[in-house]
Design a binder for this molecule. Structure first.
Ligand code: AQP
Length: 329
């Protein structure tokens, strides 16, 4: 590739993508395409860390690909591919499990603790181990920058540690990656609980807005969103976390600054603000889905196949180096 820095990021098809994924991750990727060598993956082997229906998984892999494209990811500029189609990811994941990762690293992971809750002994080994596969995804491509939402920062830090330990033992095989966290919109919270992040696998569909929700459903979800006490429209994440989240969503989708929204709604209540936000979200979804619906399954498959070829070339070269230094070649 060229002298440009390389970025890698991905989303797992574990649910229907939300505006949290869009605002926190995808919009940032779109902007970065001009400046960086970009590799964007549908990380399907991460989705099976929890139970998935095969037919849902199959559909979501294509849906996410179309969402990338509809958002402005350009396959002429960026590599777009499906993780499971490039076996080097799972192969390197295994090697890193053995060379560079400790059980104590994984026990510290906040996301594991949150997801496993009090069932830590009853969830899959994959759920526990998934940050190692994520480290493999990243370092396989000499990635320098990993644009992610705030929730993934700890996993990228672990990828750095693993890569450093591997290099210390076997020589400089991997580039040490860095997380890039967007300041605004880095963590979009659930509409039903502003202390929880908006997540696509949330059992409560009122908590998130899916990119493929109908504009009418989305409107209703906004009108039902919890708010804080008081009635003033001000951005105060500490005392008014629910409203701060709604202001962030508005600002991210409409492009209006939070300051200007505060001014516009001075002296007006939550009801007025929510009505406008519902409209902003509905307009955004209508426009987004128009673009999404123009892309066929066949188009998406073609792009994934092309991406597979490009990614395989890079990944296989790195994997061959790894096999040599650890002594299996
Ligand atoms: N609420 C969010 N706000 C901002 N960014 C977010 N991301 C996810 N949720 C938010 C970012 O989206 C990318 C995709 O992440 P992922 O699908 O691989 O895993 P995740 O972070 O676990 O996403 P979800 O939606 O919460 O999935 P489930 O519910 O299946 O676990 C990442 O860059 C993430 O930061």
């Amino acid at each position: 590739m060229s002298h440009k820095k390389t970025i890698f990021s991905g989303i797992k098809p574990s649910g229907d993508l939300t505006i949290g994924n869009y605002i926190g991750a995808i919009t940032q990727w779109v902007e970065m395409q001009e400046e960086y060598n970009c590799i964007f993956s549908v990380v399907d082997y991460h989705a099976i860390t929890v139970k998935q229906k095969p037919e849902d998984l199959r559909r979501r892999i294509l849906d996410i690909t179309k969402i990338y494209l509809a958002s402005g990811i350009d396959p002429k500029k960026s590599i777009v591919f499906q993780q499971s189609a490039v076996p080097a990811h799972t192969e390197l994941g295994w090697v890193l499990n053995c060379c560079g990762t400790y059980i104590s690293d994984l026990k510290r992971m906040i996301q594991f603790k949150e997801k496993a809750g009090d069932k830590q002994d009853a969830v899959s080994v994959g759920l526990f181990d998934y940050p190692v596969l994520m480290a493999a995804d990243i370092i396989l491509y000499d990635t320098q920058i990993v644009p992610v939402g705030e929730d993934q920062k700890q996993h990228v830090e672990l990828a750095r540690d693993i890569a450093k330990r591997f290099n210390n033992q076997y020589g400089p095989v991997f580039v040490i990656p860095e997380a890039l966290i967007k300041k605004e919109g880095a963590r979009i919270m659930s509409l039903s609980d502003p202390m929880k992040k908006m997540a696509k696998s949330d059992d409560n569909p009122v908590g998130f807005i899916a990119l493929l929700d109908s504009p009418e459903v989305a409107r209703k979800k906004i009108m039902k969103a919890v708010t804080d006490s008081g009635s003033e429209i001000i951005y105060d994440p500490k005392n008014k976390p629910a409203l701060a989240n709604l202001l962030t969503i508005h600002s991210s989708l409409s492009g209006e600054s939070i300051k200007s929204l505060e001014k516009k709604f001075a002296g007006r209540g939550y009801g007025d603000f929510k009505k406008e936000l519902a409209e902003v979200v509905a307009v955004f979804l209508t426009d987004f889905q128009k673009k999404f619906n123009k892309i066929s399954d066949a188009d998406a498959k073609k792009i994934l196949e092309n991406g597979r070829k490009q990614a395989t070339k890079l990944a296989d070269a790195k994997m061959e180096k790894v096999r040599k230094v650890i002594g299996v070649r």
